[in-house]
Design a binder for this molecule. Structure first.
Ligand SMILES: *Cc1c(COP(=O)(O)O)cnc(C)c1O
Length: 321
């Protein structure tokens, strides 16, 4: 197994956003890697190790045009001397989305824009047929999600060492599902009672949530399967207009987080932090742990040599609408 991260990531109390009834803590997975952090780093260690063990020189993945996963795959594949390829599909245009695709190109990722899911499927099949190792959307298959089973053990060790109290609930974004599924399955194997709240930020919500449940099942032995499923709950009320669309609650939460020194994005972490703040305001849980899944590494070095937004190909620009 490869590791691209520095673990354990820190846990911190967000004092200014806590109340006497509920303490808000953060797990700093934004700092998993100094060059590019966030939650994809934990998944890619195992996935790229598997690709290498199979003697693959190329990997192919798929994601929306602003995908953090595509960029992370490109960065860590390149570090191993592998070529990354990515099939891209559409998502709402924001400044962040355009920066992601420029950073992809600067890492030398081969991008294949797809105008429909059908075309994406065909492109993917053709890259796999040419010998590329397949990494699913978000890196969320059983192998990738095992990185978050490990993360649950890491958290349990931090609780054991009294770095933080046992969280009553852990709040994390639910996109492709590997993060919350791995955490729920992993926590069921520890002595912790911590529940997992997956804040659904991708759609259709029922498909996304079903995929997370299926992953929990794959990750859990019979003995802990029920416990793992029961401790995982979902909240789709922060999705707003859908994946990648900004929401007022998400933007308010991002402003609150900025006071505590955390930078959030519109697609995943703003909406998720809004759910965490609502749990604090409700005051029913003593300890709430927000799992910070967004890289906080400076993007500037990754944009070195990138084409400017105006010179992106028409096919790419059409994906960001
Ligand atoms: C990919 C991503 C997520 C979603 O994690 P999944 O494991 O795909 O559910 C959450 N936050 C950020 C910032 C991400 O890039």
């Amino acid at each position: 197994m490869l590791s691209f991260g520095t673990y354990p990531t820190a846990v911190q109390l967000l004092e200014e956003l806590s109340t006497p009834r509920s303490a808000l803590w953060v797990k700093r997975d934004d700092l998993t890697n100094a060059a590019y952090g966030g939650n994809k780093v934990r998944k890619l260690g195992r996935l790229l190790a598997d690709a290498r063990a199979r003697g693959k020189q190329r990997v192919v993945t798929i994601g929306p045009i602003g995908s953090h996963h595509v960029l992370a795959t490109g960065i860590f594949a390149k570090a191993l001397g592998m070529q990354a390829e990515a099939i891209l599909i559409g998502q709402p245009r924001t400044a962040h989305v355009l920066e992601m695709v420029r950073a992809d190109l600067a890492q030398g990722i081969r991008l294949f824009p797809a105008r429909s899911y059908a075309e994406a499927g065909l492109l993917l099949a053709s890259r796999i047929a040419r010998g590329a190792y397949y990494i699913p959307v978000g890196g969320s298959n059983r192998l990738g999600a095992l990185g978050f089973v490990d993360a649950a053990a890491e958290l349990a060790a931090q609780v054991q060492a009294r770095e933080l109290p046992e969280p009553d609930v852990l709040v994390a974004a639910l996109g492709s599902g590997g993060t919350v599924a791995g955490l729920a399955a992993g926590l069921a194997q520890t002595g912790l009672r911590t529940r997992v709240l997956g804040v659904t930020v991708a759609d259709p919500a029922w498909v996304v949530e079903r995929r997370a449940r299926a992953l929990v099942k794959q990750l859990s032995s019979r003995a802990v399967r029920r416990d793992a499923q029961q401790r995982l709950e979902f909240d789709r009320s922060y999705l707003g207009r859908g994946y990648g669309h900004t929401s007022a609650l998400g933007e308010q939460a991002a402003a609150q987080a900025a006071r505590a020194g955390l930078t959030l994005d519109a697609t995943y972490t703003g909406k998720t932090f809004a759910a965490a703040l609502a749990r604090v305001a409700a005051g029913r849980e003593r300890t709430i742990l927000y799992w910070h899944t967004l890289s906080s590494a400076a993007l500037e070095p990754l944009l070195h040599g990138a084409p400017d937004a105006a010179s992106l190909s028409e096919a790419l620009l059409q994906l960001a609408t």
